[in-house]
Design a binder for this molecule. Structure first.
Ligand code: UD1
Length: 339
């Protein structure tokens, strides 16, 4: 059984990925500092897979502890690195927190991996690196635009740091996955998204409004140049996204990668407007959603959806769930956690 370290493994995408890894027979050890996650997620992972992953509550900013972890776990063959701060607005207020959390920790982990004879590394990147791309759908060779926020910058810098390191470290093989908009929950409803405080992202705000936790959803702008005037995003089901990590990791472990640093978009290839997401919620829940159109949100781009050809062909991976199926899973989860 190959041993894989998953940092941020009790977070939203991390926990779903741990489930998929365990279902595929990997041995998982999780590091998480629980700053934006709850240890109870381990119960959910155990309920689904019948196995409780090893867990260490550890702050990756503590370099000595990272080094000590790798000294104690010399059999770790791969790392999937989710642990990072991800609130765009907060990153503008506290840039150094974001650079320390997202860049410092990445450097510490890479330093440890460079000591190994062979190591595989998967990095959580984001379609935010493209900014407002000129052409849709977005291919991986679309230019990386100047970041709109320190958060976005940490994803761009993160990719550059990995690419530079791979150039001089043949024993290190890495893949950056550029996620579009992850959503939904595991079909078992044992794990799902657990936003702390008021959600900044659309889907949890929709489901929390649907359940009555929020009075009203604000739709940020209906004067964009799109079919209904609202912004277009590519909403990808979190379990599909989790599976992309497993196939990417397997590619590296099997030595099937053609370069030692590769980048893939992970999306569905389909764009949906904010109003279409609301309609999807209304269809799957049978409820009317209370929403109102307000002004644009600063920093929002109009349209982003993925060209997934590279991931489809090279990784042999394709998203399976439709927006309605993913929305349904998010709604079932919301009802369960408020029930
Ligand atoms: C946001 C981040 C992005 C990050 C991603 C992580 C910004 C500008 N971008 O992406 O960098 O990688 O989250 O998940 O914050 N919307 C509403 N009302 C709401 C919330 C959102 O109308 O209450 C709209 C937004 O204007 C946008 C769409 O819904 O058009 C999706 O928003 P969101 O879920 O925040 O994702 P992104 O903005 O795509």
């Amino acid at each position: 059984m190959k041993k894989i370290l998953v940092t941020g493994g009790i977070g939203f995408i991390g926990s779903h990925t741990v489930v998929e890894l365990q279902e595929k027979g990997f041995e998982v050890v999780i590091i998480d500092d629980c700053s934006n996650s709850d240890e109870k997620v381990l119960d959910g992972i155990e309920a689904i897979t019948g196995k409780r992953p090893a867990f260490e509550k550890l702050d990756l900013k503590e370099r000595d502890k990272v080094e000590d972890f790798f000294n104690r776990n010399t059999d770790v063959e791969g790392v999937i690195h989710f642990a990072a701060s991800k609130a765009v607005g907060e990153s503008v207020e506290k840039p150094l927190l974001y650079y320390e959390n997202n860049i410092g920790t990445l450097v510490y982990i890479l330093k440890e991996l460079c000591k190994k004879n062979k190591a595989s590394f998967i990095f959580s990147s984001s379609c935010t690196v493209y900014g407002q791309a000129d052409k849709m759908p977005i291919t991986e060779d679309a230019p990386v635009k100047v970041a709109e926020s320190p958060y976005g910058n940490t994803k761009q810098m993160g990719e550059e740091i990995i690419a530079d390191t791979c150039k001089v470290t043949p024993s290190l093989n890495a893949i950056a996955l550029r996620y579009f908009n992850p959503m939904g929950a595991h079909p078992s409803a044992e794990i799902g998204e657990l936003p702390v405080g008021v959600p900044q992202n659309l889907i949890p705000f929709i489901t929390q409004t649907g359940i009555g936790l929020r009075d009203q959803l604000s739709v940020f702008g209906d004067d964009y140049p799109t079919s209904d005037g609202t912004c277009i995003r590519d909403y990808i089901y979190v379990v599909d996204l989790a599976k992309a990590h497993v196939v990417a990791l397997e590619r590296l472990l099997a030595g099937k990668n053609t370069e030692n640093y590769e980048v893939f978009n992970v999306g569905t290839g389909t764009g949906s407007t904010v109003l279409e997401a609301i309609q999807s919620f209304e269809r799957v829940s049978g409820k009317k959603l209370n929403y109102k159109i307000v002004g644009r949100r600063a920093g929002d781009i109009t349209t982003a959806y993925a060209d997934t050809t590279k991931a489809n062909k090279v990784l042999g991976w394709k998203s399976e769930y439709s927006l309605d199926q993913a929305m349904k899973s998010a709604w079932v989860w919301e009802q369960k956690i408020r029930g």
